[in-house]
Design a protein around this ligand. Structure first.
Ligand code: SAM
Length: 306
């Protein structure tokens, strides 16, 4: 009943000392925790609080405004899926834009594709880039690729200035829709994404959890169905340190040559020249690509109804 928390023993009534607990109104009533070995960095940028700590079991962890962005152990699942789901769905991607993604992990994955000639990235917060280069060299190595141009600024403004039809693919690797990333989940942003893509171009955006954010997902799907006249799909994957342990992606294509996201036509597993500089893929393969679009019935029903 009311006030029960006060009657509980200390071991379960309080946040565990020495552990990082991820508490947010985006997932009320639950908080995933990691044991902290050492605090490595704490700072405040113009946009957010930035924290890096060494955890006991997931390696180093990057936290923005109290929300885990990546851990060394499971970042592969997120970075590989958000990148190769779109890029393996079209032939010869050449020009790619990344919005957010200041850690460099998505760049590392885009750079595995030998057809790519130009990679732009627009990240709002330079502190994320600097901290990643200092503490997450195996992630930030994406910045070393000569095809990469880094723009520090708001992704919304950057995209609005892009000439129509510029990119083959755009990947939106954003934080959650509270704080600087809020606009990246709104309809005008999806409209400018569609405009910046060539006909039959593809976009992939971070699209939250089916266990926690079905309402946010339904809104995104409804907007995308109005804007993207090619195809509109939702995929998901497992990332243990994200709230509820899963994360979704919205994958859409613009009107033009048809894109069938569920059947990758540009397999990356075939060409392994990238392995020498970037190490092997740890998570993505063509089977998991197709499987990512299979949804539990409750999510399938909600998404198809939009
Ligand atoms: N790659 C990470 C992972 O492995 O899970 C995901 C998070 S990434 C660090 C999200 C980035 O989006 C943050 O660095 C944040 O600063 C950036 N961001 C948020 N809002 C933005 C905006 N409006 N324009 C550009 N970047 C933005």
């Amino acid at each position: 009943g009311g006030g029960a928390a006060a009657d509980l023993p200390d071991s379960i009534s309080s946040v565990i000392p020495g552990w990082f607990s991820e508490i947010s109104p985006l997932w009320p009533g639950e908080a995933h925790s990691l044991k902290v070995e050492k605090l490595l960095f704490q700072g405040k940028s113009d946009y957010q609080n930035v924290l890096v700590f060494q955890s006991s079991t997931y390696g180093k962890v990057l936290v923005l405004d109290g929300v885990i962005q990546l851990t060394e152990r499971d970042e592969c699942a997120y970075q590989e899926m958000i990148t190769h789901l779109p890029l393996c769905s079209i032939l010869n991607p050449k020009k790619v834009l990344v919005i957010g993604g200041g850690d460099g992990g998505v760049l590392r994955e885009v750079a595995r594709h030998s057809s790519v000639e130009k990679i732009d990235i627009c990240e709002i917060d330079k502190m994320v880039v600097d901290v990643s280069k200092q503490f997450f060299p195996s992630v930030a190595l994406g910045f070393q690729d000569p095809r990469v141009t880094l723009h520090i600024g708001d992704g919304v403004a950057f995209l609005n200035a892009v000439p129509k039809g510029t990119y083959d693919a755009i990947i939106v690797d954003s934080s959650d829709p509270i704080g600087p990333a809020q606009e990246l989940f709104e309809k005008p942003f999806f409209e400018s994404l569609a405009k910046a893509l060539r006909p039959g171009g593809v976009m992939c955006t971070q699209a939250e959890s089916i266990w926690l954010h079905m309402q946010i997902i339904e809104n995104i799907v409804a907007n995308c169905r109005q804007i993207f006249k090619g195809s509109v799909n939702y995929a998901w994957t497992s990332v243990p340190t994200y709230p509820s342990g899963v994360i979704g992606f919205m994958l859409c294509s613009t009107e033009g040559p048809a894109v069938d996201f569920k059947h990758p036509i540009n397999p990356i597993d075939a060409d392994d020249s990238h392995v020498k500089t970037k190490g092997p893929l740890k998570f993505y393969n063509s089977e998991i690509h197709s499987a990512a679009f299979c949804l539990p019935s409750f999510a399938k029903k909600a998404i198809e109804s939009k």
